[in-house]
Design a protein around this ligand. Sequence first.
Ligand code: NAD
Length: 331
Amino acid sequence: MTTNKKKVLFTDSMGSDGIEILKARGDVEAIAFNYFMKGAEYQSLLKSHAPVHGVILGATPFGEADYAAAGGVEVVARTGVGYDAIDIPAMTSHKIPVMIAGTANSPSVAEQAMTFMLTLARKGPQLTRLVAEGRWADRLKPEYVAVDMFEKTVLIIGFGRIGTRTAKRCLAMEMTVLIYDPYVKPDTIKAAGCQPVLDLDAALPRADFVTIHCPKTPETIGMFNAARIKKMKRTAYLVCTARGGIIDEAALHQALVDGTLPAAALDVFDREPPDPANPLFKLPNIILSPHMAGVTAEAMQRMAVEAAKNVLSVFDGAPRKENAVNPQVFG
Ligand code: NAD
């Protein structure tokens, strides 16, 4: 059916507050698609609705073939903030803004990083089993005695929207906060009450907790390989809520098996959804969540509202440039 309305295909994982913003607009036709849809199936959906003027993506990648299938896309938006599944150079070459959800889920991811660190320190899973299995008398054995975060040192990798919020929460726990972010001025880090570190390898042996909040880029893939993990204290906890691939999963598995690290926590994986046979999942000293750090009831609504406003801002000729990952397309 032909229509003069701008068509927006949005992921059905999008929060209702954002959908309402789209649907309230008389000049927009909003069409849901399945969160898991990708590749040829997604391209054929785009073709069936072409021209599609805006897309709001959850897990769906977006590249040249999707761009061609949409036949007139003006804006690509994500309900989250990661954009490694989108071909940014291709979109930039077509002058298409790629928009993310700003800080909508940053506090939620920071809270999950804190949850992971606290749960590791307090030996959450081990003590749950101990009580449930009636092993109360074992509770003072060294392997069950928790450690404080108070007066410990945390090393935060990446001092962006999430890293800065995680730092604030760690400072509130009276921790020493080291920051490794080669792209942030040391003075900015010091002004936030943290200590900049310029050499990651030199900082690793100082940290009791390491939490990763940098993007997945060619530079950060495999950043935590076997050699790096070996530089950590044998008592240090490693947490990643950023992206799979930044930690080398095989190296982490080895470190958790041979005692190089006591325990770790992952929200993100090399492959998502991961293979249930992943050997990491058999270990007792790992905590896992299914890429949900940024997903809380409130964050889902905030992200949906941001995504809807981002798309409409482009349609209305007043783009929210601060949420574009390639703002150069606006000239
Ligand atoms: P951001 O862009 O605001 O901050 C990232 C920071 O990392 C920047 O300050 C950048 O300078 C720094 N950085 C870049 N390369 C680095 C390197 N080689 N070493 C150290 N620091 C480096 O991003 P953000 O919103 O804070 O998100 C951080 C990460 O969290 C991203 O990978 C994002 O995809 C991920 N994320 C995950 C979830 C989830 O649900 N698990 C949700 C949101 C974001």
